[in-house]
Design a protein around this ligand. Structure first.
Ligand SMILES: *Cc1c(COP(=O)(O)O)cnc(C)c1O
Length: 363
C-alpha cells in the first residue's frame, strides 16, 4: 500500500484519512506560505483564527445547525464532559435520565451522581449490553433536566441509528465514536460531545455542541474553566486551545465535506457494515456476532470465533497480514473491527479475503 501503510482497525486513537495526512505533510514546514507550521502560530493570530472560525462553520454546515447552537473545542476528553455537563446542567431539585448502554454510559452515570439526582431510564446490564432499549422499555422522568445517551457503544458494538423519543426533554449525547457517520435530525439534541480521536482526528480536543436554551439553564458560581459560559463567550479561546488538534479536525471536516458530506458518509458506512455483517451472518458458525442484529454498530463490529485460542491466532495472523487493531476490548474479549469514517470499503474487502482464508484453514 502507499507509504507501506497497513489497514488500521484500532478503536481509538484510530485511522485518519490519508488525504488529510498528506495535506498536513505538504504544509508541515510552511503552512500556506505563512513561513511557519500552523502549530507555531499564536492562538490569537489571524492565521490561526481563520482556521478556528472555519472549523466552527464546518461543524455547523455538516450538522445544519442554526444560530441557537454553540460550537466549542475543549480539552479533557469526552471523560471531562461526563462531569462538566451535569455540573453545569443537573440543578438541585431536578432529575436527569441516563440510558445505560455500556461502559462509557456507566462512567457518565457515575459522574452525574456526584452532582444530582440520576434516574437510570434503561439498565443495559440486564441484557449484558448486547442490545439497545426499545422505546416502551424506557422509564423516563417527566420534566427531566435532560436524557443522556451514548449514541455508539465503542466497546460492546451497539449503536443508535434511530434515537429514542424523549418528548420535550432535551437529549444530550456522547457521540465520541460515531459523530458525522450518518445523517439524523439534530433538533431534539441540546448537547452533543465527542472526543476527536475516533472520527475527527487526533486525541486532545473535544468537540462540544450546546444549544442556547440549555446553556441558559447553567448553574452559577462555577470555576471559570468548568463553566460552559466562559468558553461560549470567548469562542473557546479563553485559554490556549489545542490549535493543532483543531487544525487537524478542520482538515478532517473538509475531507468529509469533499467526500459528499453526511449522506455520502452514511452510504459508505452502510456499505462497509453490510459487507462485514453479511459475511458474518453467512458464516455464523465461525464468525458469531454477539450483539442483537437490530442494535449493531456500523463503527465497531464485535465477533466471537469458536475458541479463544482461535481468536488469539486470528489477531496475530491478521497483524502479519497487515491488519492492525483486531483485538476486542480487554473487558469483553473476542475480535473487534473498528471502521470509522476514515476506513474505506477496500479495507473491508481486503479483510474479508483474510477472514475467508482463515476460516478455510481453521474450521
Ligand atoms: C473513547 C470514548 C470515550 C472516552 O473519550 P476520552 O476522550 O478518552 O475521554 C467516551 N465515550 C465514548 C463513546 C468513547 O468511544
Amino acid at each position: 500500500m502507499k507509504y507501506d501503510r497497513i489497514w488500521n482497525f484500532n478503536a481509538g486513537p484510530a485511522a485518519v484519512p490519508l488525504e488529510v495526512l498528506e495535506y498536513i505533510h505538504e504544509n508541515w514546514f510552511n503552512y500556506q506560505n505563512t513561513g511557519m507550521n500552523i502549530m507555531e502560530w499564536s492562538h490569537r493570530s489571524k492565521e490561526y483564527d481563520a482556521i478556528h472560525n472555519d472549523t466552527v462553520s464546518m461543524v455547523k454546515k455538516l450538522f445544519e445547525l442554526g444560530d441557537e447552537y454553540h460550537v466549542l473545542f475543549l480539552q479533557g476528553g469526552a471523560s471531562l464532559q461526563f462531569a462538566m455537563m451535569p455540573m453545569n446542567f443537573l440543578l438541585e431539585g431536578k432529575t436527569a435520565d441516563y440510558i445505560n448502554t455500556g461502559s462509557w454510559s456507566t462512567k457518565a452515570i457515575k459522574e452525574a451522581k456526584l452532582f444530582g439526582n440520576v434516574n437510570i431510564a434503561f439498565d443495559g446490564n440486564e441484557v449484558n449490553f448486547m442490545r439497545l432499549p426499545k422505546q416502551h422499555e424506557l422509564k423516563l422522568t417527566e420534566n427531566a433536566a435532560y436524557v443522556h445517551i451514548t449514541s455508539n457503544n465503542t466497546i460492546k458494538g451497539t449503536q443508535f441509528l434511530e434515537f429514542p423519543d424523549t418528548g420535550n426533554v432535551p437529549i444530550v449525547s456522547d457521540m465520541s465514536s460515531d459523530i458525522f457517520s450518518h445523517r439524523f435530525d439534530t433538533s431534539p439534541f441540546a448537547m452533543i460531545y465527542a472526543g476527536a480521536q475516533k472520527n475527527l482526528g487526533p486525541s486532545g480536543v473535544t468537540l462540544v455542541i450546546i444549544r442556547d436554551d440549555l446553556l441558559q439553564t447553567a448553574r452559577g458560581g462555577l470555576t471559570t474553566m468548568l463553566n460552559y459560559h466562559t468558553h461560549v463567550e470567548k469562542n473557546s479561546l479563553y485559554n490556549t486551545c489545542n490549535t493543532f488538534g483543531i487544525f487537524f479536525m478542520n482538515r478532517v471536516l473538509h475531507w468529509l465535506d469533499d467526500m459528499g458530506g453526511l449522506d455520502a458518509m452514511e452510504a459508505r458506512n452502510r456499505r462497509k457494515a453490510d459487507m462485514l455483517y453479511g459475511f458474518m451472518d453467512d458464516n455464523a458458525d465461525f464468525y458469531r456476532g454477539p450483539v442483537d442484529k437490530d442494535s449493531r454498530s456500523w463503527m465497531n463490529v464485535c465477533m466471537r470465533l469458536p475458541s479463544e485460542d482461535l481468536e488469539a491466532k486470528f489477531v496475530a495472523e491478521g497483524k502479519t497480514a497487515g491488519f492492525n487493531g483486531l483485538k476486542g476490548h480487554r473487558s469483553v474479549g473476542g475480535i473487534r473491527v473498528s471502521m470509522y469514517n476514515a476506513i474505506p470499503p477496500e479495507a473491508i474487502e481486503d479483510l474479508l479475503v483474510f477472514m475467508k482464508e482463515f476460516m478455510g484453514k481453521n474450521r
